[in-house]
Design a protein around this ligand. Sequence first.
Ligand SMILES: [Zn+2]
Length: 113
Amino acid sequence: MHELAVAESLLRIVQDESKKHGLLRVNQVRLRIGQLSTVVPRALSFSFEVISQGTLAEGAHLAMEVVPLIGHCQDCDADFQIDNYLFLCPQCGGALVTLVSGKELEIVDIEGE
Ligand SMILES: [Zn+2]
């Protein structure tokens, strides 16, 4: 299960950051998840809930913002949202598309006390 591995590294980061900032417990972790990152938010929430038991992040809410897939056309310089994994420029039909966003999995901030 892919999400379990993600949850484990997430918990490690949350613990490190909390220590750095002197937090005794974590209430919420905000995340940005790209559409291409293949993480299922609900599965990640569940995994995190299970493995964070007994840690300072127990009961913390994962607030996840899904980042849409944005492509950039190298032919006409247009930026556009990619739907249905169709990597074609809607403006000129070009196929030289680079990915601007959509692969990220990052922590935006950690709230606690
Ligand atoms: Zn184009």
